[in-house]
Design a protein around this ligand. Sequence first.
Ligand SMILES: [Zn+2]
Length: 320
Amino acid sequence: MIDLHSDTIYSLWRDGHGSLISNSLSIDKDSLERGGVTGQCFALFTPMHDLVPAAHRGESPWEILNALHERFISETEKAAIPLMRHVRDLDGGVHAILTTEEGGAIEGDISRLSILRSWGVRIFGLTWNWENELGYPNSRDPDAMRKGLKEKGIEAVRECGRLGMIVDVSHLSDGGFMDVARYAEGPFIATHSNARSVTDVPRNLTDDELRMLADNGGIAGLNLCPAFLRDGASADDADAVSAISDMVRHTMHIYRTAGEDALAIGTDFDGISGKLEIPSPDRLYLLRDALCRSGIAQSVLDKMWEGNAKRVLSFAEEEV
Ligand SMILES: [Zn+2]
């Protein structure tokens, strides 16, 4: 099982307590092992603007990203979770896959992408929900949603291709998505986004986008956030339900629209709130059981659980 997105490292860093060995979050070493997770993506999410914790005001985004990276190293070392350098590493138990979210962290300096690559970063997210030097985020405003990548965003996409990092379009504007499709060398992915025609929020992908993703060999990780699974659920409502039945609806739609090679999982654990029917990696078998009962073949579920993500990560390796 490979999970394409979690905010666990950011949550540990922001809240200052707990570790990957033991915490009150969704992901810790035990739940990864019990859940049969071979590759857990840990996003270094760089907070900007009003999300910067008071203790870190005055630090630059790049400094904050470096602090998050140091925390990632110390947490994974303490928990003895090795960093995935090659896809074949995943055959040997739980590995951490390093990713970043919020491309503003590089402050428009494209040469910093090679530093990220040297850390072992495999997936680079262009934006979070703010405009940055690279592009514009998803938006309910149609004009904002049409905005494409900035010049530096196009440069970043090309540089990721050169370095063997996969571009992540989750959080990006629709115009930005189209530019990634135009300029990416090889597959690009949405680590944690669902289907917009099932739940109409701008964080989800249109049917055209799902098909374009698949046509380029990419994947969409199923996000367990209630607001992206069900109409009317608010992202910060603690009572909103993340229901397995809704996960099945989205998965079936993505399967029918983009095919079995586009399916993947990107839980967004430790970045989402609500009543989670799947609260931790060791319960993902409940989703698998439900999808099986809905008629998806085990061979397809094997792809969704691990095979497709391995295929995409392997492509990035060839580029190094
Ligand atoms: Zn996110």
